[in-house]
Design a binder for this molecule. Structure first.
Ligand SMILES: Nc1nc2c(ncn2[C@@H]2O[C@H](COP(=O)(O)OP(=O)(O)O)[C@@H](O)[C@H]2O)c(=O)[nH]1
Ligand SMILES: [Mg+2]
Length: 184
């Protein structure tokens, strides 16, 4: 029986990753400060930091990992400890979209996620910026339908959002809360 029947007892241990500057810390601050991010200065994340908050009847423990080149090597150290992954893409950064694709592909094809069910929320961030590609285009560029076929154990959800405006974030996290707490 899944935990989702027991409201209040749900937990979610999550790795939040994605290239540097994609908006990970901004998105997490939106939730951990109850949308009150207006006066906050978000600094680049050194290595990693843990964000904990209670939302959607779920206790969240989210590892916010730096996405600069050398720090990406740390992401796999968390795989065995998490039930879900949030991968944040700066949808407006056309120059680095193929780098984001490579990093996401490396995560999705990790052995750890072949063994057990894992929830993966892909947040297409910065949708407030003009001329940002739409979800369908991003899905193609990131080869997500191929990835879905290859990795049957991954429960994947795509969500457009804006960390600055706060749109789309709650929808994405609601899906993730249900997915990590559903029956495998
Ligand atoms: N326009 C826009 N800028 C954003 C958005 N989310 C984050 N940013 C900006 O992107 C920069 C990097 O954000 P940060 O949260 O530090 O990214 P991280 O390195 O992935 O943690 C900051 O200047 C943020 O203000 C968004 O949705 N829209
Ligand atoms: Mg950060």
């Amino acid at each position: 029986m899944g935990n989702s029947l027991f409201k209040g007892s749900r937990t979610a241990s999550i790795l939040c990753c994605g290239l540097d500057n994609s908006g990970k810390t901004t998105i997490l601050s939106h939730l951990s400060t109850n949308n009150n991010t207006n006066d906050q200065v978000i600094l680049p994340t050194p290595g990693m930091q843990r964000s904990t908050f209670h939302k959607f009847s779920t206790d969240w423990k989210v590892w916010d990992c730096s996405g600069t080149g050398p720090n990406r090597k740390l992401w796999p150290l968390f795989y065995q400890y998490v039930s879900g992954i949030i991968f944040v893409v700066d949808a407006s950064d056309r120059e680095r979209i193929s780098c984001a694709k490579d990093e996401l592909e490396a995560i999705l094809s990790a052995n750890e996620f072949r063994k057990r069910k894992t929830s993966v929320l892909i947040l297409f961030n910065k949708m407030d910026i003009e001329d940002t590609p739409n979800i369908a285009e991003l899905e193609t560029v990131l080869r997500l339908s191929q990835m879905r076929q290859q990795q049957r154990n991954i429960d994947m959800h795509l969500q457009a959002c804006s960390g600055i405006k706060g749109s789309g974030i709650e929808e994405g996290f609601r899906w993730l809360a249900d997915s990590v707490n559903s029956v495998a």
